[in-house]
Design a protein around this ligand. Sequence first.
Ligand SMILES: Cc1ncc(COP(=O)(O)O)c(C=O)c1O
Ligand SMILES: N[C@@H](CCOP(=O)(O)O)C(=O)O
Length: 482
Amino acid sequence: MKYISTRGHVGQPANPEFCDILLGGLAPDGGLYLPESYPRIGRAELDAWRSLSYAGLAFEILSRFITDIPAADLKAICDKTYTADVYRHARPGDDTAKITPVHWLEQGRLGLLELSNGPTLAFKDMAMQLLGNLFEYVLAKRGESINILGATSGDTGSAAEYAMRGKQGVRVFMLSPHGKMSAFQRAQMYSLQDENIFNIAVTGMFDDAQDIVKAVSNDLEFKAKYKIGAVNSINWARVAAQVVYYFKGYFEATTSNDQQVAFCVPSGNFGNICAGHIARMMGLPVAKLILATNENDVLDEFFRTGVYRPRKTAETRVTSSPSMDISKASNFERFVFDLVGRDPRKVAALWTEVDAGRPFDLSASAEFARIGDFAFASGSSSHADRLATIGKVFEQYGVMIDTHTADGVKVAWEQIETIPADVPVLVLETALPVKFAETIREALGRDPEVPADLQGLEALPQRVEVMAPDLEQIKRFIVERV
Ligand SMILES: Cc1ncc(COP(=O)(O)O)c(C=O)c1O
Ligand SMILES: N[C@@H](CCOP(=O)(O)O)C(=O)O
């Protein structure tokens, strides 16, 4: 499988394969890598895959995208990654062996696809644990090392750090928005004392941190000299690994491959739902992809109006679903590439506007006229909605959900009437409630349960550098430590 950039120019090597782009992260032209075409999955494969374990399914799907790792090695990596020991935090009564079980709220109609059973209690572990093992394998084969620069609004950071801690040849420099994450999220990251982990809290929002990550990656000389890599969903490997649970969720929620499923996805950087879009393009029977935002509703606005209007830092709200406080959604570029017929010149022109801080308007375009072909719907949620949803789900079903999943359930409830009654709607459970205890207390007047292996986390000593979102200062910080 060869990869292309959404902006048309890939640099060297001219026809990169998976391992090149795993280490490369962002394409040299500032664009994002995608396969030159999506593998098509037919009925025979769906039938054969229905009964596979998560690890078996991951191997089948990933081997369509990864053709430069021998099959036996890739299989061993999938088997080592997707175990019930790693994904051990399923709800009592749910089957941990399934890795991502479905917890039905309304049997057969509305369910939670549990994606947060990994070590850091958010869906990021689904891909990040695999990335940790892939990096280790590829770096050892090539005799190389990597310095990962990442940005987090709360969950990518801890997932990456837990996946990379102690890994040979890997250092992680993680930028987080100072004072904007929950106390539990801060403790998960800043309490790590491993020598290869560096936490930097920037005095800004996630988007400022993401801009720095991209600026460092776009300095090709610096990137090559200091071997800078990425673990955010700008790295294709993240998205590829996330495609797997859409297939698994589909099989889990249906009994036959004649059925369809709708997915509702709490969204910020558009990485998660982008994986759903790709699963659908590959042939998964998806009736609808419902995108849910919080008050930072730039993506909901696009799907309703055709106008993409990334907000500035000052206009980005600090909310009670903080991991979705994102106003410039990286992976949206991958979707727009498909929307405009995979024409990199069009994407490059649109992102010249975005990179200059300007909106773009596709509302009158032939492309936006065809948006229905992609089966998206969208909605947004507020703090009051979140509290009410957490309360209602707990009261009606005895299930405690986190604030981001609540944004999803709220929008799923709004959309469910538009979905045929025989189509199950799965809301992606993107984090567990313990990560957002303050809002859970506000909604329910009680504390979420703390998993046994994470008790006492917030009392541990913390290690973090606070810095302005200053590109040169952050580059210096990296140079002094590699
Ligand atoms: C808990 C949680 N929910 C939802 C999201 C949004 O996902 P995405 O950025 O892939 O759209 C994030 C962050 O990415 C998250 O951490
Ligand atoms: N919500 C994320 C930020 C976006 O991260 P990405 O790695 O999926 O691009 C976070 O919690 O850090």
